[in-house]
Design a protein around this ligand. Sequence first.
Ligand code: DGL
Length: 251
Amino acid sequence: MADRFSAIGVFDSGVGGVGTLAALRRELPEERFIFYGDTANAPYGTKSREECMACVQRVMDHLLAQDVKAVVIACNTATAVAAAELRARYELPIIGIEPALKPAHELRRGGSILVLATPMTLRLEKFRALYERYGEGAIPLPCPGLMELVEQEAYGQAKRYLTELFAPYDLTQVDAVVLGCTHYVFLRPVLAELLPPNVQVLDGNEGTARQLKRVLAARELLADGPGGVTLETSGDADAVIPVMARLLRRA
Ligand code: DGL
């Protein structure tokens, strides 16, 4: 039976969610986290909704078997596909991440907002509802294949990908770029080279960390240390864990 001393499960389709994990650690240094990257089944964002749901269910079973007290879905795609269903099915707190369109809307000065995410995230009703409310001036840009470049740490290729993606737009008229996939957060240095300096680049990591803290506090589930991290993957651990550890240090 999970209690406040139990670990918090965090998962993504791959390594991108370690950026979220880093934000969670900063906000809640006294918590223990188990991070699971479902690398063997990545990417989620170009699968069907049903295939993605099946992957998420397997990850949930894996985390629940370790008696976690809460789950953070460090993946915009899995949140859009599965968060509502999982909350209906389980008692424990389930925190999701979504594209930071609201904060982008709030800082918009009449220019456009480029929203980068997986094809699935941009297709589903969760994003449609967000877009309906905060989508003025927002241009959704699906980025199939981009998460794979982060998995491979292929930043040169990612820079070429983004250069092509941005080519049709006048970047001097852009107020913000929303990173609606946790993998893309690791492309911030590349984006800094491509975007004018006044363009704000937003992600949902800090907001997700604050939300987790609020929910744990409300349910009296906050731990008081010692904190720590366990990294796990469904892929080749010898190859993937060092990448996760490197990105976690960088984040
Ligand atoms: N990191 C994931 C996200 O935030 C998805 C990448 C993928 O599996 O396609 O959307």
